[in-house]
Write a protein that binds this ligand. Sequence first.
Ligand SMILES: C[S@@+](CC[C@H](N)C(=O)[O-])C[C@H]1O[C@@H](n2cnc3c(N)ncnc32)[C@H](O)[C@@H]1O
Length: 185
Amino acid sequence: MERGAIDWEDMWSPYDDETYRFALEAALPDDVVVDIGAGDLRLALRMAARVRRVYAVERNPVLVERLMGSFDNLVVVCADALTWTLPPGVTLAVLLMRHCTRDHFAAYVRRLKDAGCRRLVTNARWKMGVEVVDLQCRQPYDPHRIGWYACHCGMVGFNAPDMDRITPDTLDGCIDVVGCPHCTV
Ligand SMILES: C[S@@+](CC[C@H](N)C(=O)[O-])C[C@H]1O[C@@H](n2cnc3c(N)ncnc32)[C@H](O)[C@@H]1O
């Protein structure tokens, strides 16, 4: 990988400890976790102490070459996560990649759903916020509902078909949807 690309990725990590704590607290002891773009494994190592198994996938060999292979319940893979075949049984995915494009986010979601994964911890949609995405959600986008939405294609937005009906309550919360107007999936 060319040096510039590595420097560019480095600019975005590490994230704040609150983000990592959120991801760790979203994990259950029985989870099989895939950490997509695992970087220097700072989260994967902590995650492995809490869950059944962690697959850490990182495409930059410089970051993972020392730790390639399997130890106890941590499997370190140097690969492109957009094409790497997900192992069976993954229950939770982590995508801490604020600069992830919407197309790539949608591709990760599609692949994770196809593999049967149920939850995704990510900062890729809201950028400055981290969330748990329900990958099993099938709630269709409702053009008449006022409020925030976040779609499996990566789009987020506030829908206000009728400005007069906006109240403080409609500003709270956000629902996960599929099939938003900007949908690419
Ligand atoms: C901003 S860093 C975050 C690293 C780590 N998730 C963390 O929170 O510390 C993004 C990482 O994702 C890796 N990455 C980006 N695209 C990738 C892909 N398609 N497959 C595997 N790794 C990827 C980069 O090499 C980089 O190490």
